[in-house]
Design a protein around this ligand. Structure first.
Ligand code: FAD
Length: 386
């Protein structure tokens, strides 16, 4: 792919953006701080997002979803994340990390069983890849799935830092069916239901950002699942995990756009109101140039992110572009949020404004779904072709 394709939003994308903006203002803004403060999963909000179709943005219409393209998901994520990254993450997990792999790799039976309920928010899902000993090094997972004489699979192991793990009714779970020496080739995915014998939530894990999204440990102790719960074929696990993450990185970048936009908008507004040395803050050159840089980096992030989604929607190669969007947008969000606090001075550090929440949320994004270092590793391989 050479050159930058023209990125234009269709009237449908623009309508979706203004609808998502209104929805976020009306339904999410009043509870955004409470979700962060209490760290409790907002089940009512999540269900309401399901009622409005937000949990089935990309799911085909035949399973009750809206069947929209990835640009639409980025538009929604950006607008919702301006108000609450936690709410955007719930939409992202349900759509991108759970429904998407079932849509792409599931059997007809699995699609019919899970997708309509995921779309409506009747059930919530998780994506279980990370383990205590395997995060960036995902091919090193140790959770074992062994075929039994009856043809079912017995799963043993645990998963760490799993979003929505606390409330998950179903988990897209990555296991090792081959030996450790097989690496990525020995990985197999399963769809595991909450009621499966031997599966339990190990405990809630408290983190600094995206609070209220039910981050938890999942434990599998002689957990038995039928062979029909396998997602894709034996040995497809790594391929499925990466297919999800490649696309998920665009979602993380989209969330970063929203958080950074909110921090920049707050800074612009505050600089007009705050008077120092008989002048509004906006008249100080340092502040003006800083906001110019914040806006420029944000716009560059936006172009990278929508370009990656555009390529994905066109069915073209997008892995390099998704990694570029992820690393640049998430690091930009951290930088913009930190600068926004600087512009606000003391009040920026307080709980009176959501800026400190924005910074905590933004920081999560340059670690999840592949850290910045992992993105640079992917990019260097793409660029150097080695
Ligand atoms: C809030 C939250 C939600 C999450 N949700 C999920 C989820 O839903 N599902 C899921 O499966 N996981 C989830 N994760 C896990 C997340 O994806 C991992 O934390 C992340 O991939 C990093 O893995 P790690 O924590 O094991 O860090 P490590 O892999 O141990 O990395 C430690 C450090 O080493 C660096 N590093 C790694 N490899 C290289 C390299 N080749 N070169 C240079 N530096 C390198 C890393 O960038 C990092 O700075 C979540 C994590 C958090 C905090």
């Amino acid at each position: 792919m050479t050159g930058l394709p023209a990125i234009g939003f269709s009237p449908e994308h623009e309508d979706l953006r203004s609808w998502a903006r209104d929805f976020a203002k009306r339904e999410i803004a009043p509870v955004a701080d409470t979700i962060d403060r209490t760290d409790e999963y907002p089940r009512d909000l999540a269900k309401r997002m399901g009622d409005y179709g937000l949990l089935g943005l990309g799911t085909p219409k035949e399973y009750g979803g809206l069947g929209l393209d990835l640009i639409s998901s980025v538009v929604v994520a950006e607008e919702i994340a301006k108000v609450s990254l936690s709410a955007a993450l719930i939409i992202g997990v349900q759509n991108g990390l759970v429904a998407y792999p079932i849509c792409e790799f599931g059997t007809q039976e699995q699609k019919e069983k899970y997708l309509p309920r995921l779309v409506k928010g009747e059930i919530f899902g998780s994506y279980g890849l990370t383990e205590p000993g395997a995060g960036s090094d995902a091919a090193n997972i140790q959770t074992k799935a062994e075929r039994t004489s009856s043809g079912s699979y017995k799963i043993n192991g645990s998963k760490l830092w799993i979003s929505q793990g606390l409330v998950a009714d179903v988990v897209v779970l990555f296991t090792r069916t081959g030996s450790v020496a097989d690496g990525a080739a020995g990985m197999t995915a399963f769809v595991v239901d909450k009621g499966a014998p031997g599966f339990k939530v190990g405990g809630k894990l408290e983190v600094i950002g995206i609070r209220g999204t039910g981050t938890a440990e999942l434990v599998f102790n002689e957990c038995t699942v039928p062979a029909t719960n396998m997602l894709g074929s034996q040995g497809d696990g790594f391929l499925i995990a990466m297919a999800v993450l490649n696309q998920g990185r665009i979602g993380a970048a989209a969330g970063a756009l929203g958080v950074a936009s909110a921090a920049l908008e707050a800074s612009i507004s505050y600089s007009k109101k705050r008077v120092l040395f008989d002048r509004p803050l906006e008249k100080f050159e340092w502040i003006r140039f800083l906001m110019a840089d914040m806006a420029t980096r944000l716009e560059a992030s936006r172009l990278l992110t929508y370009r990656a989604a555009y390529l994905r929607d066109k069915g073209e190669e997008f892995v390099k572009e998704a990694s570029m969007a992820k690393v640049f947008s998430t690091e930009t969000a951290v930088w913009v949020c930190e600068r926004a606090i600087q512009i606000h001075g003391g009040i920026g550090l307080s709980k009176l404004l959501p800026l400190e929440r924005y910074l905590r949320d933004a920081k999560i994004l340059d670690i999840v779904e592949g850290t910045s270092e992992v993105q640079r590793w992917i990019l260097s391989r793409e660029i150097l072709q080695d």
